[in-house]
Design a protein around this ligand. Structure first.
Ligand code: IMP
Length: 424
């Protein structure tokens, strides 16, 4: 059995990673997040209670499991405090089991303001960001004037770094009466949080490497999806971090051998929230049906998600980018009751049939999907627990996907609840 697994989204996010991580967390000692920030949103249902987290690793609901947030994450210190408060209200302890890298860059109130202003100035070409300040925070990190968690423990340095923001963000701050530009207030509020974070900060790289050496099992939890990767995804319609496998190495300080199984999470159809190319998008009744049946509304922003058929061309690309070993297919039950299912196996670009993504991913906007039609099933698959009990056409659909992608299917999710899962 693989000891150190990574779980990654294979589409444009919202694949249902939270539930898969939550399940695999039961077999892990440590669950580690390595990129993204509060743009992520995972919903986990335990005993009919729904939890929504943005920053905390999904494993946090497993009492006794160690949870880690790596340096690659951009951390909203006020947001994470709210999530910790929910844990406390529900009697879940995080002390001595939540650890954060001091090198994590902070998302501060002005980052959210800048995110909103930039989106506004993009006009109709906006990216549809979550407005959580993710892009501006990563920009500061790369520009080397970001504020890191460790700065909270050095008040003088923190003050200087915040003051410097006034100079470099003049364009956003001067003349603005938005309270998010009030750096004195941000400074005061950050200092108030220092004691909350002080006991949580450790050398994450060392912690994970030592854990691996002592035979512990690690689960690496990806956020967003591979097609949103800032380097390898549908740029500029992407998030600002590396959502593919390499993000885990730099985001935690681990070597490639620290991962021995790559699990890709694939929704049984495709969704996308925000702007950008989406070849198999359905802007018709079928799209509405998938949205309503699948409850496809963003956890973070509440926005309706764009819905469409499964895109095997894009998935083949993602499997290759990450070296995916096995997939977990989610939301199969949403397809119940359809007469026919379509899967895109090629694109038509300028009258030429291509079976791989175009060199310029922006041209995904121009491709027309070429579909294979598969028969649907009328039975209700909700809560089915064994592969053999699935309707024959549902099995055939899954087997078609696995054969095309040349990966094995490890899990099939058949409902929102923790127990509604097929372990293949
Ligand atoms: P940002 O990450 O907020 O900058 O948003 C950039 C793009 O990524 C937008 O299209 C967002 O809708 C999308 N995005 C960011 N985080 C998620 C996520 O967790 N799930 C799905 N889409 C996301």
């Amino acid at each position: 059995m693989a000891k150190n697994r990574i779980v990654l989204g294979c589409q444009w996010g919202d694949e249902g990673k939270g539930k898969i991580v939550d399940l695999l967390a039961a077999e892990a000692d440590i669950i580690a997040r390595f990129q993204g920030g509060a743009n992520a949103g995972h919903t986990i249902v335990v005993d009919d209670r729904k939890y929504k987290f943005h920053l905390l690793p999904s494993g946090i609901l497993h009492e006794g499991k160690q949870c880690v947030i790596g340096n690659g994450v951009v951390l909203d210190p006020f947001g994470i405090k709210e999530e910790l408060d929910v844990l406390v209200e529900n009697g879940i302890s995080y002390r001595d089991r939540l650890w954060i890298s001091p090198a994590a860059n902070l998302v501060l109130p002005y980052h959210k303001l800048i995110d909103a202003v930039q989106e506004h100035s993009r006009g109709t070409a906006n990216l549809g960001t979550t407005k959580r300040g993710i892009g501006p925070a990563y920009v500061d990190k790369v520009a080397r004037h970001g504020i890191r968690l460790v700065d909270l423990f050095a008040p003088e340095r923190l003050k200087k770094r915040l003051e410097f923001q006034r100079t470099i963000k003049e364009q956003y701050f001067t003349g603005s009466d938005d309270e998010r530009t009030d750096l004195d207030r941000t400074y005061r509020e950050l200092l108030q949080l220092a004691d909350l974070f002080r006991p949580l900060v450790i050398d994450v790289s060392r912690y994970i490497n030592e854990a691996i050496d002592s035979g512990k099992t690690i689960l690496y939890e990806g956020a967003q999806g591979s097609l949103l990767d800032v380097d390898l995804g549908t740029y500029p319609f992407a998030t600002s971090s590396n959502t593919t496998v390499g993000g885990a190495l730099t985001g935690l300080g681990i070597g490639p051998r620290a991962i021995d199984e790559v699990i890709g999470v694939v929704k049984a159809y495709t969704t996308r929230v925000g702007a950008g190319p989406f070849p198999t998008e359905l802007v018709d009744d079928m799209g509405d049906r998938l949205r309503n049946q699948g409850d496809e509304f963003g956890t973070t922003t509440g926005r309706p998600r764009r819905c469409g058929w499964l895109d095997l061309v894009a998935l083949r690309h993602v499997v290759r980018l990450n070296g995916v070993d096995a997939i977990a297919v989610t939301k199969l039950d949403v397809l119940d009751g359809l007469d026919e299912l379509k899967v895109c196996h090629a694109y038509d670009l300028d009258g030429k049939i291509i079976t791989d993504v175009p060199l310029d991913l922006a041209r995904l906007n121009e491709v027309k999907p070429v579909y294979t039609s598969l028969p649907g099933w009328s039975e209700d698959t909700t809560g089915i627990l064994s592969f053999a009990d699935l309707p024959a056409n549902a099995r055939a659909y899954l087997e078609y996907i696995a054969a095309d992608l040349k990966v094995e299917i490890k899990m099939v999710s058949t409902g929102a609840k923790r127990k509604e899962i097929i372990m293949v």
